[in-house]
Design a protein. Sequence first.
Length: 242
Amino acid sequence: MSAGVVAALAAEARTLGPSVKRGDGLSILSDGTLVAVSGIGAAAAARAALALVDAGATRLVSWGMAGGLDPALPAGTICIPGSVTARDGTRFGTDPHWRELVGAVILRGRAVVGRTLLTNPLAIEDVAGKAAAFRDTGADVVDMESLGVAQVAVSRGLPFLVVRVVVDTAADRLPEAVLAASSGGEVRIARLLQELLRRPGDLLPLLRLARRYRAAMRALVAVARTGALAPTFATPSASRIA
Protein backbone atom coordinates (compact mmCIF):
# COMPACT_ATOMS: atom_id res chain seq x y z
CA MET A 1 0.00 0.00 0.00
CA SER A 2 1.35 3.40 -0.98
CA ALA A 3 0.67 6.44 1.16
CA GLY A 4 -0.05 9.81 -0.41
CA VAL A 5 0.67 12.89 1.69
CA VAL A 6 -0.89 16.32 1.08
CA ALA A 7 0.96 19.33 2.49
CA ALA A 8 -0.25 22.87 1.87
CA LEU A 9 3.22 24.41 2.00
CA ALA A 10 6.50 23.27 0.48
CA ALA A 11 8.24 23.83 3.84
CA GLU A 12 5.84 21.35 5.46
CA ALA A 13 6.53 18.79 2.74
CA ARG A 14 10.29 19.14 3.20
CA THR A 15 10.01 17.93 6.81
CA LEU A 16 9.13 14.50 5.42
CA GLY A 17 12.70 14.05 4.20
CA PRO A 18 14.58 13.97 0.89
CA SER A 19 12.37 13.40 -2.13
CA VAL A 20 12.63 13.10 -5.90
CA LYS A 21 10.44 15.27 -8.11
CA ARG A 22 8.34 13.37 -10.63
CA GLY A 23 7.21 14.49 -14.04
CA ASP A 24 3.61 14.80 -12.88
CA GLY A 25 4.48 17.42 -10.27
CA LEU A 26 4.36 15.02 -7.33
CA SER A 27 7.38 13.98 -5.27
CA ILE A 28 8.33 10.55 -3.98
CA LEU A 29 10.21 9.66 -0.79
CA SER A 30 12.71 6.82 -0.52
CA ASP A 31 10.08 4.54 1.08
CA GLY A 32 7.69 5.04 -1.84
CA THR A 33 5.44 7.61 -0.16
CA LEU A 34 4.01 10.10 -2.64
CA VAL A 35 3.87 13.78 -1.68
CA ALA A 36 1.84 16.64 -3.13
CA VAL A 37 2.20 20.33 -2.23
CA SER A 38 -1.33 21.64 -2.64
CA GLY A 39 -1.29 25.27 -1.69
CA ILE A 40 -3.73 26.68 0.86
CA GLY A 41 -7.40 25.71 1.14
CA ALA A 42 -9.64 22.65 1.08
CA ALA A 43 -10.33 22.80 -2.67
CA ALA A 44 -6.60 22.87 -3.46
CA ALA A 45 -6.00 20.01 -1.01
CA ALA A 46 -8.76 17.94 -2.63
CA ARG A 47 -7.19 18.43 -6.08
CA ALA A 48 -3.83 17.33 -4.71
CA ALA A 49 -5.39 14.29 -3.03
CA LEU A 50 -7.03 13.28 -6.31
CA ALA A 51 -3.69 13.59 -8.09
CA LEU A 52 -2.12 11.31 -5.49
CA VAL A 53 -4.86 8.71 -5.89
CA ASP A 54 -4.53 8.84 -9.67
CA ALA A 55 -0.78 8.26 -9.21
CA GLY A 56 -1.40 5.13 -7.16
CA ALA A 57 -1.79 6.25 -3.55
CA THR A 58 -4.02 3.85 -1.62
CA ARG A 59 -4.23 5.86 1.61
CA LEU A 60 -4.09 9.59 2.27
CA VAL A 61 -2.51 11.84 4.89
CA SER A 62 -3.15 15.52 5.57
CA TRP A 63 0.19 16.77 6.90
CA GLY A 64 1.50 20.03 8.27
CA MET A 65 0.81 22.80 10.72
CA ALA A 66 -2.40 23.97 12.35
CA GLY A 67 -3.67 26.74 14.56
CA GLY A 68 -4.39 25.98 18.19
CA LEU A 69 -7.96 26.41 19.46
CA ASP A 70 -7.61 24.68 22.81
CA PRO A 71 -5.79 27.14 25.12
CA ALA A 72 -3.98 24.22 26.77
CA LEU A 73 -2.00 23.33 23.63
CA PRO A 74 1.46 24.92 23.21
CA ALA A 75 3.27 25.35 19.92
CA GLY A 76 4.74 22.05 18.76
CA THR A 77 1.87 19.91 20.08
CA ILE A 78 1.30 16.95 17.75
CA CYS A 79 -2.34 16.36 16.82
CA ILE A 80 -3.62 13.14 15.25
CA PRO A 81 -7.36 13.82 15.41
CA GLY A 82 -10.02 11.15 15.42
CA SER A 83 -12.27 13.29 13.28
CA VAL A 84 -12.28 16.29 10.96
CA THR A 85 -15.25 18.66 11.09
CA ALA A 86 -16.55 21.66 9.18
CA ARG A 87 -18.49 24.65 10.49
CA ASP A 88 -21.71 23.20 9.11
CA GLY A 89 -21.30 20.05 11.20
CA THR A 90 -20.04 17.79 8.40
CA ARG A 91 -17.68 15.34 10.05
CA PHE A 92 -15.34 12.65 8.78
CA GLY A 93 -13.62 10.02 10.90
CA THR A 94 -9.95 9.26 10.41
CA ASP A 95 -8.82 5.64 10.30
CA PRO A 96 -8.75 4.40 13.93
CA HIS A 97 -6.33 1.52 13.44
CA TRP A 98 -3.82 3.60 11.48
CA ARG A 99 -4.18 6.46 13.96
CA GLU A 100 -3.56 4.13 16.89
CA LEU A 101 -0.42 2.64 15.36
CA VAL A 102 1.04 6.02 14.34
CA GLY A 103 0.17 7.52 17.72
CA ALA A 104 1.82 4.64 19.56
CA VAL A 105 5.08 5.19 17.69
CA ILE A 106 5.07 8.95 18.31
CA LEU A 107 4.08 8.60 21.97
CA ARG A 108 7.43 6.99 22.72
CA GLY A 109 8.94 10.47 22.71
CA ARG A 110 6.19 13.11 22.56
CA ALA A 111 2.68 13.86 23.72
CA VAL A 112 -0.12 13.47 21.16
CA VAL A 113 -3.59 15.02 21.10
CA GLY A 114 -6.24 13.07 19.24
CA ARG A 115 -9.74 14.54 19.39
CA THR A 116 -11.14 16.85 16.67
CA LEU A 117 -9.73 19.14 13.97
CA LEU A 118 -11.78 21.93 12.43
CA THR A 119 -11.25 22.81 8.78
CA ASN A 120 -12.25 26.44 8.25
CA PRO A 121 -12.55 28.13 4.85
CA LEU A 122 -10.54 31.13 6.06
CA ALA A 123 -7.67 31.50 8.52
CA ILE A 124 -8.86 32.40 12.03
CA GLU A 125 -6.59 35.33 12.69
CA ASP A 126 -7.54 36.69 16.10
CA VAL A 127 -7.78 35.33 19.63
CA ALA A 128 -11.51 36.01 19.92
CA GLY A 129 -12.20 34.10 16.72
CA LYS A 130 -10.22 31.10 17.97
CA ALA A 131 -12.07 31.15 21.29
CA ALA A 132 -15.42 31.22 19.48
CA ALA A 133 -14.40 28.31 17.22
CA PHE A 134 -13.27 26.29 20.24
CA ARG A 135 -16.53 27.00 22.05
CA ASP A 136 -18.75 26.28 19.04
CA THR A 137 -17.05 23.15 17.69
CA GLY A 138 -14.97 21.69 20.53
CA ALA A 139 -12.10 21.22 18.07
CA ASP A 140 -8.56 21.23 19.41
CA VAL A 141 -6.95 22.71 16.30
CA VAL A 142 -7.88 24.32 13.00
CA ASP A 143 -6.53 24.13 9.46
CA MET A 144 -7.80 24.95 5.96
CA GLU A 145 -7.09 21.69 4.10
CA SER A 146 -7.87 18.45 5.91
CA LEU A 147 -11.58 18.37 5.06
CA GLY A 148 -10.73 18.40 1.35
CA VAL A 149 -8.42 15.41 1.76
CA ALA A 150 -11.04 13.62 3.87
CA GLN A 151 -13.71 14.09 1.21
CA VAL A 152 -11.51 12.51 -1.43
CA ALA A 153 -10.57 9.63 0.85
CA VAL A 154 -14.19 8.87 1.66
CA SER A 155 -15.31 9.16 -1.96
CA ARG A 156 -12.63 6.65 -3.00
CA GLY A 157 -13.02 4.37 0.03
CA LEU A 158 -9.45 4.94 1.21
CA PRO A 159 -7.92 5.12 4.70
CA PHE A 160 -7.31 8.67 5.85
CA LEU A 161 -5.09 10.18 8.55
CA VAL A 162 -4.34 13.71 9.76
CA VAL A 163 -1.01 14.67 11.32
CA ARG A 164 -0.89 18.32 12.30
CA VAL A 165 1.34 20.29 14.65
CA VAL A 166 0.30 23.47 16.46
CA VAL A 167 2.11 26.57 15.22
CA ASP A 168 0.04 29.57 16.37
CA THR A 169 -1.57 28.95 19.75
CA ALA A 170 -5.04 29.96 20.90
CA ALA A 171 -3.46 33.04 22.49
CA ASP A 172 -1.67 34.20 19.31
CA ARG A 173 -2.93 36.64 16.72
CA LEU A 174 -2.03 35.47 13.23
CA PRO A 175 -0.25 38.33 11.41
CA GLU A 176 -2.11 39.47 8.29
CA ALA A 177 1.25 40.03 6.59
CA VAL A 178 1.94 36.28 6.63
CA LEU A 179 -1.43 35.43 5.11
CA ALA A 180 -1.02 38.04 2.38
CA ALA A 181 2.47 36.74 1.53
CA SER A 182 1.43 33.08 1.25
CA SER A 183 0.89 31.83 -2.28
CA GLY A 184 1.25 28.56 -4.16
CA GLY A 185 2.58 26.60 -1.21
CA GLU A 186 5.27 29.12 -0.26
CA VAL A 187 5.60 32.25 1.87
CA ARG A 188 7.07 34.89 -0.45
CA ILE A 189 9.74 36.72 1.54
CA ALA A 190 9.79 39.81 -0.67
CA ARG A 191 6.01 40.08 -0.40
CA LEU A 192 6.22 39.54 3.36
CA LEU A 193 8.63 42.46 3.73
CA GLN A 194 6.33 44.64 1.65
CA GLU A 195 3.38 43.68 3.81
CA LEU A 196 5.31 44.45 6.99
CA LEU A 197 5.97 47.96 5.69
CA ARG A 198 2.23 48.34 5.26
CA ARG A 199 1.43 46.67 8.61
CA PRO A 200 4.25 47.50 11.07
CA GLY A 201 2.05 46.31 13.92
CA ASP A 202 2.51 42.77 12.61
CA LEU A 203 6.23 42.74 13.42
CA LEU A 204 6.01 41.60 17.05
CA PRO A 205 3.36 38.94 16.34
CA LEU A 206 5.52 37.79 13.42
CA LEU A 207 8.59 37.39 15.62
CA ARG A 208 6.52 35.41 18.12
CA LEU A 209 5.11 33.29 15.31
CA ALA A 210 8.64 32.62 14.04
CA ARG A 211 9.51 31.01 17.39
CA ARG A 212 6.33 28.95 17.27
CA TYR A 213 7.10 27.97 13.69
CA ARG A 214 10.51 26.58 14.64
CA ALA A 215 8.93 24.46 17.38
CA ALA A 216 6.28 23.16 14.98
CA MET A 217 8.81 22.29 12.30
CA ARG A 218 10.97 20.41 14.78
CA ALA A 219 7.92 18.39 15.81
CA LEU A 220 7.02 17.57 12.20
CA VAL A 221 10.57 16.41 11.51
CA ALA A 222 10.49 14.24 14.63
CA VAL A 223 7.25 12.59 13.50
CA ALA A 224 8.58 12.02 9.98
CA ARG A 225 11.75 10.41 11.31
CA THR A 226 9.73 7.74 13.12
CA GLY A 227 8.72 6.33 9.74
CA ALA A 228 5.22 5.95 11.12
CA LEU A 229 3.44 7.20 8.00
CA ALA A 230 4.45 4.25 5.85
CA PRO A 231 3.54 1.12 7.83
CA THR A 232 2.90 -2.05 5.86
CA PHE A 233 -0.49 -3.14 7.11
CA ALA A 234 -4.02 -3.22 5.76
CA THR A 235 -6.46 -0.65 7.13
CA PRO A 236 -10.20 -0.04 6.69
CA SER A 237 -11.37 3.07 4.86
CA ALA A 238 -12.22 6.51 6.22
CA SER A 239 -15.87 7.17 6.94
CA ARG A 240 -18.34 9.98 7.16
CA ILE A 241 -19.81 10.41 10.62
CA ALA A 242 -23.55 10.95 10.66
